[in-house]
Design a protein around this ligand. Structure first.
Ligand code: UDX
Length: 451
């Protein structure tokens, strides 16, 4: 079938490439002409494993088209996916201006029946507003055409987006219309073969499902981080506690890894937006607020542990940072714990030598040239002349370490590990001071216990 996608950001591009690869004819529309020109050449503006190949192949097969022409885009598909950004505005609510602008564009150009599919993560009630915007634009033209709006949230993880799209646990569609259900069935048929994954529900429930999923996952992480902080203070080991509770199938092993806080484009933004929605309707979202507050505090723990190691004397120190991206297999640094750490270090007068397998360019783009930031070409280089090492991202290539070498290279033998990559006994046996998350005592440089 013919499908139009508005927005060639992360979600739009993955959706477009996957649907084209499944045999549909897809046209992706973006107002950014430069971006569209690059995409036509198969140049991908983001790092996502497998995406470049998928785009290049399907552009070559002419199943995946790119355009900046709104009229052409609206005319192309019966399904019109809206996959544009919903950045947080000043108070943390989702800013709908781009979504509503696309809705208006569709209303201005459509000539026959369309199903408008909200793919962007949008607050409950947005489908109604999209409906109004389209109806308004049609009204201005003085035409009356039939159309439907449905909600079809995405559950893509960065770094595994193609796998998540093609083999996701469920495909949620919010609609009451049988016509829409049939069209969405046809759209997703290639991914709905052996197990029934399509879940039809009313529009508002579909919109809320997306927020509820992300808020639940964020809650699990904040909960574990809180227990980890308690474990640290109580002399327990969170990694053993994690295994102990994960074995209960009611709890499960997923998303209970303690760390230095969740980041990325979804959890922080969506938890905040859901909390704002709650407040706007007069409901006090106590748990959501706590999830956010615990996460903010967790991001500070890396800096605090360094402070403990050095008795608060970080001025003039140089700190090696391994990992800048908010998680492995992406170059995305949005809301990354590394940023929180580096900014705190700079404010305290320390310098940073940082390395990330993918996010170096992104880091350069965000922070530009600074005297107190040196971006180096490898993890060993980051250690040269550094007083301590902090691990912010659990890239696979950081997992194997020669601790004796590390001890020889660092000026002072301090490791702050925000991802619990190593066994504390092994690290400490090499004479290093090791501060992990929720894993018992370490010592200050001065020799006094840190906790
Ligand atoms: C998330 C959701 O998983 C996805 O379904 C949704 O569509 C978008 O948001 P993403 O942001 O790409 O995807 O990353 P994810 O792998 O879920 O990790 C989010 C953050 O949580 C990362 O910072 C990660 O380090 C952290 N995390 C994850 C933990 O700290 N502990 C865990 O146990 C799991």
């Amino acid at each position: 079938m013919r499908i139009t996608i508005f927005g060639t950001g992360y979600v739009g591009l993955v959706t477009g490439a996957c649907l084209a690869d499944a045999g549909h004819e897809v046209m992706c529309m973006d107002i950014d002409a430069q971006k569209v020109a690059r995409l036509k050449q198969g140049e991908i503006p983001i790092y996502e494993p497998g995406l470049e190949t998928l785009v290049t192949e399907n552009v070559g097969q002419q199943r995946l088209l790119f355009t900046t022409d709104a009229a052409e885009a609206v005319a192309f598909g019966t399904l019109q996916f809206i996959a544009v950004g919903t950045p947080p505005d000043e108070d943390g609510s989702a800013d709908l201006q781009y979504v509503l602008a696309v809705a208006k564009t569709i209303g201005q150009h459509m000539e026959d029946y369309k199903v408008v599919v909200d793919k962007s993560t949008v607050p409950v009630g947005t489908a109604d507003r999209v409906h109004e915007a389209i109806a308004g634009a049609l009204g201005e033209r003085g035409v009356s055409l039939d159309f439907d709006v449905c909600s079809n949230p995405e559950f893509l993880k960065e770094g595994a987006a193609i796998e998540d799209f093609t083999h996701g646990a469920r495909i949620v569609v919010g609609t009451d219309s049988e016509r829409v259900k049939a069209l969405m069935r046809e759209c997703y048929a290639p991914y709905n073969r052996r197990v029934e994954k399509l879940m039809f529900m009313d529009v508002r429930s579909a919109e809320l499902t997306k927020y509820a999923a992300n808020a639940m996952l964020a809650t699990k992480i904040s909960f574990m981080n809180e227990i980890a902080n308690l474990a640290e203070r109580l002399g327990a080991d969170i990694e053993q506690v994690r295994r102990g509770i994960g074995s209960d199938p009611r709890i499960g092993y997923h998303f209970i890894y303690p760390g230095c806080g969740y980041g990325g484009s979804c959890f922080p933004k969506d938890v905040q937006a859901l909390a704002r929605t709650a407040s706007q309707i007069g409901y006090d979202p106590q748990l959501l607020n706590a999830v956010e507050a615990v996460n903010d505090r967790q991001k500070s723990t890396l800096f605090e542990k360094l402070g403990q190691a050095f008795d608060g004397q970080l001025d003039g120190k140089t700190v090696a940072v391994w990992g800048l991206a908010f998680k492995p297999n992406t170059d995305d640094m949005r809301e990354a714990p590394s940023r929180h750490l580096m900014e705190a270090l700079w404010a305290a007068g320390a310098r940073v030598r940082a390395y990330d397998p993918e996010a170096m360019e992104e880091c350069r783009r965000i922070y530009g040239e600074r005297d107190d930031l040196t971006l180096v070409g490898g993890r060993d280089e980051a250690l040269q002349g550094s007083d301590a090492l902090v691990i912010c991202t659990e890239w696979k290539s950081f997992r194997t370490v020669d601790f004796a070498h590390l001890h020889r290279t660092l000026r002072t033998p301090v490791i702050v590990d925000g991802r619990n990559l190593f066994e504390p006994d092994q690290v400490r046996a090499a004479g290093l001071l090791y501060f992990a998350v929720g894993r018992g005592d370490s010592l200050r440089i001065s020799g006094r216990p840190a906790h």
